[in-house]
Design a protein around this ligand. Structure first.
Ligand code: ATP
Ligand code: MG
Ligand code: MG
Ligand code: MG
Length: 544
């Protein structure tokens, strides 16, 4: 028995001494470091050359081990935050039958990949999973007691994108985290929406790349409740409109703005129309005639409104809303100037006015950078390119009513489940982060998602140097830091040092001749380029 114990002890020892990652053991087909990195080399080419990904066909990529490490870290951040948000993980199929898609009218979607099995039954490859999850939940849930539910997965999606581009930025097969929420009431669904949005913020805070949450809908502006998470980068395909004075941020697809006062004061720029809308609301249309007009609906409670007053527009001015006041002030001035405006609707019977409709002018980012913010009413808007990395949607009962996802409420009535859906582009984030953080040395990963936090670069191949690399690996591990040893002996020291920068590990520890001669190593920060010479004992303090 003592013998067996001794043998198993020995095994543990042996195991301990080989249980540290070495780059020589990984499948890391690297194209090597070019003598001078071309500025124009695309980030996708960098990722390929550095051995993170390989292209299969347009918009379809394989991940190699270094790419997988990043994907796993992203997944771990997502899982942790989903757990905190009370969401349960599931896995839905990729091969979907058409019934539910026909019911929701999305079977005709041009991005669907459709296929047939040997008995001629049709399927599609899942581009998203609202239909599938709603069908599943409709079969499982029938009482308010089973709600709320938050279900998510990290899985592959397939979209026949017309223009796949930017490597994994716009893939035809890609990895998405998608979450679906199920609640009993609109109020509860909106609370869920807020909580998931917070969880999404926490995920993006952890990743550590600056992001913007664009308000696809902000309280006063009509439309669906939906927000997008964006990284700002010139390679993005979206345009974000942001205010320099408040937190207004919107995708240009939904952005609204008001023309500046100077623009408005030039009568040739402005046309004004007003009247009663069909739903008995006062309609004031105020627009530059050469621009596209988007109507927005401003809900305004005016309990004190007296329909007999002479000028209903100035009555609105007293309602205290600064944005309305500003528009109406200009409007009133224009009216008092008795310019070419038609007369005000002085004594129309508009009953209890509760809403006031103003149009807004669509922002054309390049031609009008100095638009006035529709939210704070004084900040200036500017446009920037961005990539959509996340999206949150409040769906209401759009899918549940069509797909019969009903439940019996506490009062015995039958109701449709209130839903929300939420997505994060996991593979898109890998390409986007690579793009945003790269520099003239190559890739440069943020600590939160890097394949390894520290690379221990060794040369020459001696027992003393290898022992130190293992010792430092263990010290760092104790300090909560994941390192890898670059023991690729067929490469020169210089090549390995450049490659450490090229692959983008946040910290490089150089264990070379300097250690053999005077017992010192160098610790280099990838992002700042800062290098410190120290004793091996100081390494984990410096790194952490
Ligand atoms: P886009 O506007 O870029 O086409 P989308 O609005 O169609 O994206 P959603 O349906 O909202 O995308 O999907 C949720 C998330 O999945 C997106 O926020 C994005 O991060 C990611 N995503 C969407 N399409 C792709 C794609 N073709 N390749 C990689 N990621 C994608
Ligand atoms: Mg799309
Ligand atoms: Mg989009
Ligand atoms: Mg979207």
């Amino acid at each position: 028995q003592a013998n067996i114990v001794a043998v198993s002890d020995k095994r543990q020892l042996t195991h301990a001494s080989i249980s540290h990652p070495r780059l020589s053991k990984f499948f890391l087909p690297s194209g090597g470091v070019a003598s001078s990195l071309s500025e124009r080399e695309s980030t996708t080419d960098l990722l390929i050359r550095a051995g993170f990904i390989r292209k299969s066909s347009a918009g379809i990529y394989s991940l190699l081990p270094l790419g997988i490490f990043i994907q796993r870290k992203l997944a771990a951040i997502i899982h942790r935050n989903m757990y905190m948000a009370g969401a349960s993980e599931i896995s839905l199929p990729s091969l979907l039958s058409p019934n539910a898609w026909m019911a929701t009218g999305r079977w005709g979607n041009t991005e669907l990949y459709k296929l047939k099995d040997s008995s001629d039954s049709e399927f599609c490859l899942a581009p998203t999973h609202e239909e599938e999850i709603t069908t599943l939940v409709s079969r499982e849930v029938n009482s308010f007691r089973q709600l709320p539910l938050r279900l998510y997965q990290i899985g592959r999606k397939y979209r026949d994108e017309r223009r796949p581009r930017g490597g994994m930025l716009r893939g035809r097969e890609f990895l998405m985290m998608d979450l679906y929420s199920f609640d009993t009431t609109t109020e509860a669904a909106l609370v869920t929406y807020g909580e998931i949005k917070l969880a999404y913020r926490s995920i993006f805070d952890t990743i550590g790349i600056k992001y913007e949450v664009s308000e696809a809908d902000s309280g006063s502006i009509g439309g669906d409740l939906s927000h997008e998470f964006h990284f700002i980068t010139p390679v993005g395909e979206d345009t974000l409109i942001t205010c320099d004075s408040c937190d207004y941020t919107a995708n240009v697809e939904v952005a609204t703005s008001y023309p500046s006062e100077d623009y408005v004061r030039d009568a040739s720029n402005v046309a004004v129309k007003y009247g009663l809308a069909a739903d008995n609301t006062l309609l004031v249309i105020y627009y530059p005639p050469d621009r596209i007009v988007n109507e927005i609906l401003i809900k305004k409670e005016l309990p004190t409104y007296d329909p007999s007053v002479e000028n209903p527009v100035s009555e609105f001015t007293r309602s205290g809303d600064p944005m309305l006041q500003r528009i109406i002030r200009i409007f009133d001035e224009r009216v008092s100037e008795k310019s070419s405006l038609p007369d005000l609707p002085v004594s129309v019977n508009i009953g209890n006015i509760t809403t006031l409709r103003f149009p807004c002018v669509e922002v054309a980012p390049q031609s009008h950078p100095n638009e006035i913010c529709p939210n704070c009413n004084h900040g200036t808007l500017s446009a920037s390119r961005a990539v959509e990395v996340g999206h949150t949607f409040y769906l209401g009962n759009k899918y549940s009513s069509t797909l019969n996802a009903h439940f019996t409420a506490e009062d015995g009535t039958k109701k449709s489940i209130e839903m929300g859906c939420y997505g994060i582009g996991v593979s898109r984030i890998i390409s986007a982060v690579a793009e945003i953080t790269r520099d003239h040395h190559g890739l440069s990963w943020p600590v939160a998602i890097c394949p390894f936090e520290v690379v221990l670069v060794t040369k020459p191949k001696t027992e003393r140097i290898d022992d130190l690399a293992i010792k430092l690996y263990q010290d760092l591990r104790k300090a909560g830091c994941e390192a890898v040893i670059d023991d690729r002996d067929d490469k020169s020291f210089g090549w390995k040092l450049s490659d450490a920068k090229f692959l983008g590990f946040p910290v490089t520890v150089v264990i070379g001749n300097k250690y053999l001669t005077d017992g010192r190593v160098d610790v280099e920060c990838r992002r700042t380029g800062h290098s410190t010479s120290c004793t091996p004992e100081q390494v984990s303090d410096i790194v952490t």
